[in-house]
Ligand binder design. Structure first.
Ligand code: FES
Length: 150
């Protein structure tokens, strides 16, 4: 993996604002950004680990842990919150059999994460599965939606 990361770093060598593209490429290979990868990128680019970690935790497109085959983003923004996002989130966790802080299903099919806003507040409450947006959701629609994803 480190050899691949070195090759990515070389690709962006001398370019301003390379942190995000480097992280995107690393995630593209590994599926997530490990803490070891952050340390390695920092050591070989001079970008402080704290800055890289800040980027990875700020942008919802980055993940610090491996994820399932399908990523479910549930919006917990204000419009979705007042439209029942908490209840929807509980239903999703029940359907996916996620316990406690667990975010990825046992079979590796889904990862569920919460995001601040998906940018389509008029459709609240909203989830995204991969790049597909589902709005004006109620709990009875969830299983039908999830069944579309193998
Ligand atoms: S608050 Fe949910 S999409 Fe904006």
């Amino acid at each position: 993996m480190n050899k691949q990361i070195l090759s990515i770093i070389k690709k962006y060598e001398g370019k301003k604002g390379s942190a995000i593209p480097i992280l995107q490429d690393v995630q593209g290979i590994a599926g997530y950004i490990s803490k070891d990868s952050i340390r390695f990128i920092s050591e070989h680019t001079g970008i402080p680990s704290a800055e890289l970690y800040g980027i990875v935790t700020f942008y919802s497109m980055f993940r610090l842990e491996p994820q399932g085959r399908h990523l479910i983003r549930i919006c917990k923004g204000t419009a979705c919150h007042v439209s029942g996002a908490d209840n929807l989130g509980s239903m999703l966790k029940t359907i996916l059999k996620l316990k406690g802080d667990q975010t990825t299903t046992e079979d590796g099919r889904f990862t569920l994460i919460e995001v601040a806003c998906l940018g389509c507040c008029s459709l609240a409450p909203v989830i995204m599965v991969n790049e597909d947006t589902y709005g004006k959701l109620s709990s009875d629609k969830l299983e039908k939606i999830l069944n579309k994803y193998e």
